[in-house]
Design a protein around this ligand. Structure first.
Ligand SMILES: [Fe+2]
Length: 299
């Protein structure tokens, strides 16, 4: 079994949660209006996009060093808001704000990965802030039973192993680049309150097409290199319109993303940037089983 996450899209809904009613939503909005966040660190944070991998990432010294070094290079966040490829539900939803078990949404791995924990504090104040930042047309639901999925807790365990920073996960309401950019734009003020906004996916994620690389072939397939290079160039020149149209414009499609949920969190990251059209800083580059793990922080 490879170290990559290989979660079929069909299992995304394998962790059912109760529906939230419209009256719940109204109550949440009222609560959001009166609650004020208590923030320990007002230092401005970047917004970041990262490749998250599966739990074996935690035994990959190179990747661990890259993620840990990146975290150490940034100011310490007051709280963390993470949008993972592995949670798409509409309306937009927020994960538990109280301790609940992690979501072990990966299959066929050794047992010890299913016993890992990441007991970060909940972030009820951050949840209230997010509800206050969204317009009436963007309802935000609470999913209190929903823990962090592996797209959230695996990279955070690498970056902030002490699990002492409050974490909240937010779902993607859809996979529309421009909508997700707008969601990110709404979230941007949180950065000034010390919140680290994380889009968690994978720069190329053509899992059906990297079997040889999982079996040990070095390097990366051309479609993975082409897509990675194209996105990098588009990011460097601030070409948001091309990025929004990546399905049609990017070389390497559809092989790089036969489904696009691992690329989509990038648009939340860019939306949350103060200067989305400014060249980002690339914290991690290179390929893992033929897939680009390029990760960056936006300004
Ligand atoms: Fe994933």
């Amino acid at each position: 079994m490879s170290g990559l996450d290989h979660i079929p899209n069909g299992v995304r809904g394998a962790h059912p949660v109760p529906a939230t009613t419209a009256s719940d939503s109204a109550g949440q909005a009222a609560a959001a209006a009166v609650e004020q966040p208590v923030l320990a660190n007002p230092q401005r944070m970047p917004s970041i996009y990262l490749g998250h991998g599966a739990p074996p990432l935690l035994e990959d010294p190179l990747w661990m060093g890259e993620l840990g070094g990146w975290a150490a290079s940034m100011p310490r966040p007051s709280q963390i808001l993470i949008v993972s490829a592995h949670w798409q539900t509409a309306p937009m939803a927020l994960s538990a704000t109280r301790p609940v078990p992690l979501v072990y949404d990966f299959y066929g791995f050794p047992q010890h990965y299913y016993e890992m924990t990441y007991d970060a504090p909940g972030a009820p104040d951050l949840a209230a802030s997010i509800k206050g930042l969204m317009p009436a047309t963007e309802p935000v639901m609470e999913r209190e039973p929903r823990g962090l999925d592996h797209g959230a807790w695996v990279p955070l365990k690498a970056m902030y192993p002490d699990a002492d920073i409050p974490v909240l996960q937010m779902s993607m309401p859809d996979l529309d680049p421009e909508h997700l950019f707008e969601v990110g734009r709404r979230l941007a003020p949180l950065r000034d309150e010390g919140v680290l906004i994380v889009g968690s996916g994978f720069m190329t994620h053509g899992l059906p097409y990297v079997h040889e690389y999982m079996m040990g072939r070095p390097g990366a397939p051309q479609w993975s290199r082409d897509f990675d290079a194209w996105v990098t160039e588009a990011l460097n020149r601030g070409d948001l319109d091309s990025l929004f149209a990546f399905r049609e414009k990017a070389p390497g499609m559809p092989y790089a993303h036969p489904t696009v949920e691992h690329f989509a969190p990038l648009f939340v990251t860019l939306g949350a940037a103060a200067k989305a059209d400014e060249r980002p800083d690339y914290a991690i580059e290179g390929f893992f089983y033929g897939l680009s793990k390029r990760s960056f922080q936006a300004h």
